[in-house]
Design a protein around this ligand. Structure first.
Ligand SMILES: [Zn+2]
Length: 149
């Protein structure tokens, strides 16, 4: 997990929060995923390749951070302009939204940045998050992200 954070060029705690949000955080799986050490790491596909539709299953989180780093997307909510850093970990509560709700459509024109607030307000209903369990977990994750203890 630390290697994954390094790979994404984000603070470990930030990574952990997002990983938990997307339910992929699992430190016990230490022998799978990204190899430890400095053996070259995982080869990243070019962003242009992803935009061209050649990597439909590419990680949304990675894509967002790479779009920020490589200047394709602005680090602010495209709806309300939210761009403040959270004091707790100096990261921004932003996420990547697929305008057509199709997460395999990674064309740049289909991507926009939303804060968690706007995402929930604009997409919550359309994405039909039905199961109470999902909602509870989403609220918990959101509360964690915004808490600044
Ligand atoms: Zn917003």
């Amino acid at each position: 997990m630390k290697q994954a954070a390094k790979l994404l060029n984000v603070a470990y705690n930030t990574f952990k929060k997002y990983a938990k949000l997307y339910e992929v955080f699992d430190p016990s799986k230490s022998n799978v995923g990204i190899s430890r050490g400095i053996s070259g790491g995982v080869k990243q596909p070019e962003l242009s390749n992803i935009f061209a539709g050649n990597q439909p299953t590419y990680s949304t989180t990675k894509l967002l951070h790479r779009c920020f780093r490589e200047g394709y997307l602005k680090e602010e909510c495209s709806n309300c302009g939210e761009e403040r850093y959270r004091a707790s970990d100096m990261s921004k509560p932003l996420m990547l939204d697929y305008m057509d709700d199709d997460s395999t459509n990674k064309e740049l024109i289909n991507l926009r940045v939303l804060c968690f607030n706007c995402f929930f307000i604009m997409k919550g209903k359309r994405l039909k998050v039905k199961q109470p369990r999902n909602i509870r977990e989403f609220q918990k994750a959101t509360a964690n992200l915004f808490s600044s203890e």
